[in-house]
Write a protein that binds this ligand. Structure first.
Ligand code: 13P
Length: 244
């Protein structure tokens, strides 16, 4: 169960969140929990998560180790801050910051090279779904953004399916729609990496996941977890999602 805070929370707000959140998920051993704060709150989050099962991740990762890449943060820097995960290819990065399948692949490879677990995001836009192109879009994002990994690398990633039309809109994909997309992604994984790898890969659903719909989504065997935006900003609400 992953919480993507997007561009919310200062270090002080991060500390306040963890003070409430830690106790609320103490008993949650049924799943992994990861929180993705903005870079400037990574250190505070790592400090507050010490001694708990909560893992911390970055929302993006540079493809290079270091160099003249103004505004980027590298894998070794993220790891040195104490984080263990990195989001890659979130639709907001694709939409506003020119992320492409090619840079998604490079960032994913960098995360793995520097010992971080990447959560690679894929998902179709509204007009793509409405014109019946969902599966084509998912296959193409998979082929170009994930298909370039080796089998050994593929085993270490997590995939998140986030239909763009469901992000921040309050429109959740129905559990059936989400499961269908997860099956399409898993089918791509099977074609490229084989049956066992496809069965083992974890696919999270993201897009308006809330305490009141998480149970039905998680009831689908195809859905292995959730990547939560807005509802992860409040400790009680994210805890009730974790404890679904
Ligand atoms: P919301 O849960 O706010 O729709 O955001 C989903 C998301 O983009 C998580 O990465």
């Amino acid at each position: 169960m992953a919480g993507n805070w997007k561009m919310y929370k200062t270090p002080a707000e991060t500390i306040e969140f963890f003070e409430r959140f830690r106790g609320l998920v103490e008993q949650a051993t049924h799943c992994e929990i990861a929180i993705f704060p903005p870079f400037t709150s990574l250190a505070a989050a790592v400090e507050m998560a010490k001694g708990t099962r909560i893992r911390i991740g970055a929302q993006n990762i540079a493809w290079a180790k270091e160099g003249a890449f103004t505004g980027e943060i590298s894998g070794p820097m993220i790891a040195a801050a104490g984080a263990s995960h990195a989001l890659v290819g979130h639709s907001e990065r694709r939409q506003y910051f020119g992320e492409t399948d090619d840079t998604v692949l490079k960032r994913t490879q960098a995360a793995l090279e520097f010992g971080l677990t990447p959560i690679v995001c894929v998902g179709e836009r509204l007009e793509e779904r409405e014109s019946g192109r969902t599966e084509d879009v998912l296959s193409s994002q998979f082929a170009k953004g994930i298909g370039g990994l080796t089998a050994a690398q593929f085993e270490k990633i997590v995939i998140a399916y986030e239909p763009v039309w469901a992000i921040g809109t309050g429109k959740t994909a129905t559990p059936e729609i989400a499961a269908e997309a997860h099956r399409a992604i898993r089918a791509q994984a099977q074609l490229k990496f084989g049956k066992d790898a496809a069965a083992a890969i974890r696919i999270l659903y993201g897009g308006s996941v809330k305490p009141d719909n998480v149970r039905a989504l998680m009831g689908q065997p195809e859905i292995d977890g959730a990547l939560v935006g807005g509802a992860s900003l409040d400790a009680a609400s994210f805890a009730s999602i974790v404890n679904f």
